[in-house]
Design a binder for this molecule. Sequence first.
Ligand code: BV8
Ligand code: ZN
Length: 273
Amino acid sequence: MAKRVCLSDVKAFHEVFKKSKNIVVLTGAGVSAESGIPTFRGSGGFWRKYQATDLATPTAFKRDPSLVWEFYHYRREVVMAASPNKAHTALAEAERRLTAEGRQFNVVTQNVDGLHLKAGSSNVLELHGSLMKTRCLKCEDVRENRDSPICPALEGRGLPDVNSCSSSIPTEQLPRCQSGSCNGLLRPHVVWFGENLDSGVLAEAERLLSACDLCLVIGTSSVVYPAAAFAPSAAARGIPVAEFNIEESPTVHDLLSFYFKGPCGTTVPEALS
Ligand code: BV8
Ligand code: ZN
């Protein structure tokens, strides 16, 4: 059974942290929870009667693009109104400090909310894309889109309460491609369940994980693959892994060198100070 450490052992963590030259931080929805972004599996994980795994799929989009766009429109609006929390800012500050000391500090995030970038982190690998990007189904054009709402038909739509009924917006009124005269239907530029991650992003994640000498795992239930395999791959090389979570995530607990129980807005700034 892994050593169980809590905040009082932050001194032991600091000993390891200060000697590390190449740190990779894996983050999940829990790092944004204190910014008001619902996590996937917590109580806020439901939107209307759906779970993300019901809607974040190519099949759901094919079947009901209006419903899926309502879901993403709601999340875009929540994220655009959200601010980074103390965990995000502590990570951005650590990147600045360690880079100045010639050390590597990279964030590999499962999140699509852009809050690490908003906090000032620049070494951020977004494994699953971004809510603020769209991709055209017809011409594959990918671009940043921060329009609020993303299209007039979605104005005021996407309310999360379970009794809200679907708007059944005709596809011609859903977000359309602005590249030339394409006008193709747009989708969120995120990786859906059942879709492969971008091969370049995956290769970069694997490069970072194989080169690190310390791996932090912050705010993830570690159930979604391939991201869930990243920390175990580092541990398999004998690299110390530190988890920051409000609960013990079953997948990683056996390989942990450190486990800091509590809200990461508190535990991460203390560990990285
Ligand atoms: C792939 C973007 C190859 C979209 C996301 C059957 C058919 C098809 C595929 C599969 C299948 N079975 C398994 C798979 C593979 C599947 C998978 O892993 N499924 C899971 C559900 C079992 N993976 C995939 O499909 C991936 N692609 O494998 O390609 C392939 C191809 C075809 C067929 C087979 C394989 C693609 C996965 C990417 C999906 N896209 N996001 C969008 O966001 O809309 S995943 C999405 O969910 C997130 O990005 C994230 O990855 C995941 C949520 O996980 P977490 O981030 O961990 O969040 P969660 O809510 O679960 O946990 C929050 C944690 O924070 C908790 O531990 C909580 O305690 C903690 N916490 C809360 N508050 C705090 C806190 N901690 C600290 N402080 C706090 N304050
Ligand atoms: Zn197009």
